[in-house]
Ligand binder design. Structure first.
Ligand code: FE
Ligand code: FE
Ligand code: ZN
Length: 276
């Protein structure tokens, strides 16, 4: 099955978001665990969650991707920001355990001037505090474009975090097509080579989700500006190649393109029509 969806708001509940994704032709979605700019997570409505679970089963929604807030920065120079990251991780994972086998995606962080080595140390330290043997959630590190002091712009940086975390069987990777293209991995012209490199450095078995975005910015620009599918520098042909690649086609794909619901519907339609 082609697992395709987009980013949706759960401000009206999981059940509503699930109905939305089905109505636009998708079968999975991504949502923010809380306001992307931070703060406390809204209480879950048990009734809504139960309705969602039933609806998801009936409609073959097999997987969801929860995205941590952008304010979660495990390697900030500010101790209070790292403190928030720790609390946020713990609370979000605790909730996700209600689903069983959930996916939780986060941005590795920005070292804010401390340097990559210190930043990686701090990310590893927090992950070591939040991962525990009985958890069923998989925590995904998102590959980043490399703007500012962002960590996670290379396969090597992601691998060095994963390799140092004690319970790293709980970790996976989310590949954002806009980010990696901006980080200098030419998925538009050399997809096979990029995936070989991913496999050699991280291991393709770690790859659990794709953020499917075109890019407004040129190759290797280190800029993070998503574009609608087929309207950016990556282009439709390359994106069709990605969703059909034998090493990627089993993964869930999430659009994070600048769209409202109708725009997402159009893109999902185009992608489904080009799925081989
Ligand atoms: Fe992200
Ligand atoms: Fe992304
Ligand atoms: Zn982005």
């Amino acid at each position: 099955m082609f697992k395709i969806g987009c980013h949706l708001s759960i401000s009206n509940g999981f059940y509503n978001a699930a109905k939305e994704i089905i109505s636009i032709g998708g079968n999975t979605f991504q949502y923010f665990s809380r306001n992307p700019q931070g703060g406390r997570a809204k209480e879950w409505n048990k009734n809504d969650f139960n309705k969602y679970v039933e609806y998801a089963k009936e409609n073959n929604i097999e997987v969801l991707l929860c995205h941590a807030p952008y304010t979660l920065n495990a390697c900030s120079i500010k101790p209070e920001t790292r403190g928030f990251a720790l609390i946020c991780f713990k609370e979000d994972i605790k909730r996700l355990e209600n689903f069983g086998n959930a996916l939780y995606n986060f941005h590795p962080g920005s070292h804010t001037g401390q340097g990559i080595e210190v930043g990686i140390d701090q990310i590893v330290e927090i992950l070591d505090q939040v991962l525990y043997p009985e958890m069923t959630t998989t925590v995904l590190l998102e590959l980043m474009a490399g703007k500012g002091s962002e960590i996670g712009k290379s396969f090597e940086e992601i691998a060095s975090i994963i390799n140092r975390v004690k319970l790293n069987e709980k970790l996976g990777v989310c590949l954002d097509t806009c980010h990696v293209y901006s980080a200098g991995y030419d998925i538009a012209n050399n997809l096979d080579q990029v995936l070989e490199e991913f496999d050699r450095i991280i291991g393709l078995d770690r790859l659990k989700a794709i953020h499917l975005n075109d890019s407004k910015m040129p190759f290797a620009s280190n800029k993070d500006r998503h574009e609608k599918i087929g309207q950016g520098t990556i282009g439709l042909d390359a994106i069709i190649n990605i969703i059909n690649h034998p090493k990627l086609k089993h993964l869930p794909f999430y659009l994070e393109t600048p769209n409202e619901l109708d725009g997402y519907m159009e893109e999902i339609n185009i992608l489904k029509n080009n799925r081989k």
